[in-house]
Design a protein around this ligand. Structure first.
Ligand code: IPD
Ligand code: CA
Ligand code: CA
Length: 264
């Protein structure tokens, strides 16, 4: 077994262990703090979970780099070697307010190439896995290729309501047109789950203006394995070291969506 394959085998085990710990810890009182503003939350459980992964990774793979949202690991400035890109709880607002609809997301990259993506829907106990060149799976069952024929009129798209009101990043009038055109819109509040749902074929696209590498790293691999595509909203490649505006969908509607998204 190659070293990175071994890392993946451990990741599958650890992500489920971490999920079980979250389910346990969330029944006790826990500390909640804000970061950038009142909508940006972090709890001690986010931090504990990130620490859990860093401890395990450094114990077994001391030379791997770890990029985590809560900054418990080192600052990663290059994707050389093996890099774990981790969001310990994606959907913290859901976690705090709803106690569901959140996920742990782990991408394992080697020299910048995404090899393994794992997204664990903690309360559903569903593990989504993407393995570069070998398909995407939900709880061990292979996910079918996504529908490449689907048009925008028939599409259910994930989009944050924020982008449909006046904002400084994109032309909201184009988004109004888009909302009228598509079959429906959804906002799940967890980027990782939106990617997983595209891979599963239960939504067709996801548009958002600012995601960090840990929101995208696993989902991108998963979606590519079922024939989908993830780019920035201008169609260019994702930068896995920095923040990105993201457009993810099947290939047919990716092109149509580009005409509705005009950055300011
Ligand atoms: C957030 C969620 C949310 C997305 C935000 C992310 P967090 O991650 O994925 O759906 O709209 O951009 O920051 O903070 O809950 O890990
Ligand atoms: Ca998070
Ligand atoms: Ca996140």
């Amino acid at each position: 077994m190659s070293e990175v394959n071994n890392a993946f085998e451990h990741a599958k085990k650890w992500i489920q262990e971490a999920g079980a710990q979250i389910r346990e810890q969330m029944n006790q009182p826990f500390e909640i703090n804000t970061k950038k503003d009142h909508t940006d939350l972090v709890t001690e459980i986010d931090k504990n979970t990130e620490e859990f992964f860093i401890h395990k990774i450094k114990e077994h793979f001391p030379h791997h780099q770890v990029m985590g949202e809560e900054g418990v690991g080192e600052e990663v400035t290059s994707l050389d070697g093996t890099v774990w890109i981790i969001d310990p709880i994606d959907g913290t607002l859901n976690f705090v307010h709803q106690r569901r609809f959140f996920a742990i997301s782990i991408g394992i990259y080697v020299d910048g190439e995404g090899l393994y993506g794992l997204i664990y829907d903690v309360m559903e106990d569903s593990l989504y896995i993407g393995i570069k060149g070998k398909g995407a799976y939900k709880n061990g069952e292979r996910l079918a290729a996504i529908n490449q024929e689907r048009t925008l009129e028939d599409a259910l798209i994930g989009i944050n309501n924020f982008w449909a009101i006046p904002n400084k990043r994109l032309d909201e009038t184009k988004i109004h047109e888009l909302v009228r055109k598509v079959k429906g819109t959804r906002s799940y509040g967890s980027a990782a789950l939106e990617f997983a749902f595209i891979a599963e074929g239960i939504i067709d696209a996801y548009i958002t203006m600012r995601l960090a590498p840990w929101d995208i790293a696993a989902g991108k691999i998963l979606v590519e394995e079922v024939g989908g595509i993830t780019t920035k909203v201008d169609g260019s490649e994702i930068d896995m070291l920095n923040g990105n505006p993201v457009l993810c969908s099947n290939k047919a509607i990716h092109q149509s969506l580009l005409t509705f998204i005009k950055e300011k």
